[in-house]
Design a protein around this ligand. Structure first.
Ligand SMILES: C[S@@+](CC[C@H](N)C(=O)[O-])C[C@H]1O[C@@H](n2cnc3c(N)ncnc32)[C@H](O)[C@@H]1O
Length: 280
């Protein structure tokens, strides 16, 4: 059920700006979520008008996240501390559910700066003693890493930092390469960094490049006001010099898929790359 009328008033009372689309709510719509306002639905429609396969993009991002967390939490890698930055609204298969399924002792700290995520997500994400939620702005690593829940992670042991579909909402003016380098410097040896990011395949896929330009313009002109499709090189820099695990920075459906491809992958679904890096 969409949030309207009385519920919208409750949203406003909870400090949620209902006049502006929220990244978290719009993204949640693409995942099939129901907690959204008219402003969010407007952005959703604008994007779907370019390609009706936006829902597939969100699903492939979620499937990639599941594969990454499963790999890192599983016995082969054995990470038991996850820092999921820009976690979004709770949905099906959240990071703590995946990690704790593979390692019941895994601690997961979610961070987001969205008022709706804080209002609706905190309860679900704090559903056991090893799962926490913190409000912080990811553009400020020092402040984020000092928030009480994050500071409780043991930075003398490996941590998996996840930036899933977050950094493409950060403008160049905020210098994501510089603050990602600060995160990488703070990560202990043996840590992993997973990033998925909208891609402008400028030299690799001409029709994809045109679509990326069109989508970027629509996202930025919407009331959400953010969105950057970066080149492969620009995304690569966000790993702060760390070495990527195989198969590198690739289209999400090419990152260790669960099995053979059973359907056509639409162009818009190809416009996002993901990779996982290791800090020796
Ligand atoms: C597209 S959603 C992705 C959510 C989740 N990571 C996933 O993959 O399902 C991007 C998330 O990043 C959050 N975000 C954007 N800018 C942020 C910032 N400056 N600080 C913290 N979170 C931010 C948004 O609120 C939103 O929840």
């Amino acid at each position: 059920m969409a949030i309207e009328g009385e519920a919208a008033d409750v949203g406003a009372a909870a400090g949620i700006d209902t006049s502006k689309a929220s990244i978290a709510r719009v993204y949640d719509m693409f995942l099939g979520g129901k907690d959204n306002f008219a402003v969010d639905r407007e952005v959703y429609e604008t994007i779907q008008a370019v390609s009706p396969h936006g829902d597939d993009v969100a699903q492939s991002i979620r499937r990639w996240l599941i594969r990454v967390v499963r790999h890192l939490a599983g016995s082969e890698v054995g990470i038991d501390q996850f820092l999921d930055i820009g976690s979004g609204l709770p949905t099906v298969e959240n990071t703590h559910e995946i990690a704790q399924r593979h390692n019941p002792d895994a601690t997961v700290v979610y961070v987001d700066n969205d008022a709706t995520v804080a209002a609706y997500g905190r309860a679900l994400m704090e559903e056991n003693d090893l799962t926490h939620f913190a409000t912080a702005d990811l553009r400020d690593p020092a402040a984020l890493l000092a928030t009480p829940h994050v500071a409780k992670l043991d930075f003398d042991r490996p941590v998996a930092m996840i930036q899933c579909a977050t950094l493409h909402h950060i403008d160049d003016a905020d210098d994501p390469a510089a603050f990602m380098r600060a995160y990488v410097d703070a990560l202990p040896s043996g840590s992993y960094l997973a990033i998925s990011h909208w891609w402008d395949p400028v030299d690799e896929l001409p029709e994809g490049h045109l679509m990326a330009r069109e989508l970027e313009q629509r996202w930025r002109e919407s009331s959400m006001g953010s969105g950057r499709y970066r080149t492969r090189e620009e995304i690569g820099v966000l790993f702060g010099g760390l070495e990527l695990l195989e198969p590198g920075l690739v289209e999400l459906n090419h990152w260790w898929p669960d099995g053979p491809r059973m359907r056509e992958i639409s162009l818009v679904e190809r416009l996002i790359l993901g990779g996982v890096a290791y800090k020796p």
